[in-house]
Design a protein around this ligand. Structure first.
Ligand SMILES: N[C@@H](CCC(=O)N[C@@H](CS)C(=O)NCC(=O)O)C(=O)O
Length: 214
């Protein structure tokens, strides 16, 4: 069975949420990201030498890592699943490349900049913090003006892997004392995604039945 390594508040949660919503079953195991030890006591570096989540181990032993790869893998499974919810556009369509563009923005522009504030020596240094906040502000202005605008979802008219990922990343602002009220469009988007019943159910599952996605 395909296995997902993740944690419930990290970016790895977006793979869990996506799989849950698409009705795809993965075996799951949480990783302590401070010690890099999995819940069953294995050194996570022996599974993924980068030591980061999400990490998906396929049935043939191939290791998938990086949010973009893991989430697109789940998207493709959702497209093959005729009964379930589709989490994005079909392959080889211009729409799919637009989806990839937005997904890449979250993974390579927004995630790393917010992620840096988790480092106490960055967040406690006023000069560095203010410098990073100006970069963060630029990314947020792009996100609000061009990606969210007045839409409910980032891509198309329904929930996609981008929403699964982006609302988690935006949620980190609360942990690093960045006030999202300055970004009302992004705040409302995040609150809307969090309010979707399937998203709530996925989070509930992570809390109470964290070892499989369905
Ligand atoms: N480049 C990776 C970054 C993933 C990442 O930053 N994961 C974090 C959690 S949100 C992590 O596992 N951190 C622990 C570590 O890197 O040791 C991706 O896009 O997937």
């Amino acid at each position: 069975m395909v296995k997902l390594y993740y944690t419930p508040t990290s970016c790895g949660a977006s793979s869990f949420i996506s799989a849950f919503i698409a009705g795809i079953n993965f075996e799951c195991e949480a990783v302590d990201l401070a010690t890099h030890i999995t819940e069953s006591g294995v050194n996570f570096y022996n599974i993924n030498p980068k030591g980061n989540v999400p990490t998906i181990v396929l049935d043939d032993g191939i290791i998938l890592n990086e949010n973009i790869a893991c989430l697109e893998y789940i998207l493709d499974l959702s497209l093959q699943n005729k009964e379930g919810i589709k989490l994005g556009s079909d392959n080889n369509t211009s729409d799919r490349y637009i989806l990839k563009q937005h997904l890449s923005f979250v993974a390579t522009e927004l995630h790393p900049i917010i992620g840096m504030f988790f480092n106490p020596s960055v967040n406690n240094d006023t000069y560095i913090r203010n410098f990073l906040l100006t970069i963060f502000d630029k990314k947020m202005k792009y996100l609000e003006s061009y990606m969210i605008k007045d839409k409910k979802f980032i891509h198309g008219n329904s929930f996609t892997i981008i929403d699964a990922y982006l609302h988690i990343v935006l949620g980190w602002t609360g942990y690093v004392c960045i006030d999202l009220h300055k970004y009302q469009t992004a705040l409302k988007y995040k609150e809307f995604i969090e309010s979707i019943p399937e998203v709530k159910k996925a989070k509930n599952r992570m809390a109470f039945f964290p070892k499989t996605t369905i």
